[in-house]
Design a protein around this ligand. Structure first.
Ligand SMILES: [Mn+2]
Length: 265
């Protein structure tokens, strides 16, 4: 932390999960949670006491590789942060591969972190579900997920670091490692262009407008609770057949997304 502050870093990625827990026999889970909280509170006080302009970004991961890690997902880490003494100093560093190891939708996790004001940093790479840490080149295996992630980051105007935490294939020589690093950046930028294309595509936007069409007839029961709103909600007679007739062309929209990614639009 001293070095990070001296070098002018604003975000300290806290990778605290090396090795993980291989057996639950020796220790209390509640103690382990408490020790982690105490340590993070200690570090935050150290940063404040030294006047450092430094925030912590916690990086969750489910297992490493055979041991279990506490706070295994972005959602779990966000819940921990809310219990700290200085939650404003602490956010998350979500990593594609880590959420994919748990079979989760990474973009949803990133969106929740963003919504909470906690997306301090991000680790981009790629990973199939159900495997240990693969750390592939960004966009190497799950293009559609990578596209929706990039689209989210660009649409909301994420201005933090786009950090690639990935590893080239074991066969790579120096030139191939450079191609790997370039590939991570190229794929991000290509998907950024695809996101702009998605947002400008008239047919795609027309389908979205159709999907989001809202007569406004239930506006007074949406939003905050009131006794009146609850009474109105209970009094609505939903016509199942009429609701089912409404067109929801998700298949057409998704196919257009795939065609856009395949370069035929
Ligand atoms: Mn990482």
């Amino acid at each position: 932390m001293d070095d990070a502050a001296e070098l002018g870093a604003k975000v300290f990625v806290f990778w605290g999960g090396r090795e993980g827990v291989e057996t639950d026999a020796p220790k209390s889970a509640l103690d382990s949670i408490k020790h982690t909280r105490d340590a993070l509170n200690f570090f935050c006080e150290y940063v404040i006491d030294n006047g450092y302009d430094l925030k912590l970004a916690l990086e969750p991961k489910p297992n490493e590789p055979r041991g279990d890690l506490y706070f295994p997902t972005v959602g779990s880490m966000l819940a921990l942060i809310a219990t700290l003494d200085h939650p404003e100093r602490v956010g998350v560093n979500p990593e594609v591969a880590h959420e994919h190891m748990a079979g989760l939708n990474f973009m949803h996790a990133v969106a929740q972190a963003w919504d909470a004001g906690k997306l301090f940093h991000i680790d981009l790479n790629d990973q199939l579900f159900g495997r240990y840490d693969q750390d592939f080149r960004f966009g190497a295996v799950m293009i559609k997920q990578a596209f929706h992630l990039v689209k989210f980051l660009e649409d909301v105007g994420y201005s933090g670091s786009r950090h690639f935490d990935a590893h080239a294939y074991r066969t790579a020589d120096t030139a191939d490692v450079k191609a790997f690093a370039k590939g991570c950046m190229r794929t991000y930028l290509i998907l950024k262009e695809k996101a702009a294309q998605f947002n400008a595509d008239a047919e795609i936007q027309a389908l979205l407008a159709e999907i989001h069409a809202d007569s406004g007839d239930q506006a007074d029961v949406l939003g905050r609770y009131s006794r009146e709103a609850a009474a109105k909600l209970k009094a609505i007679n939903y016509d199942r057949a009429a609701l089912a007739k409404r067109s929801l062309p998700y298949e057409r929209l998704d196919q257009l997304t795939v065609e856009l990614l395949l370069g035929v639009r």
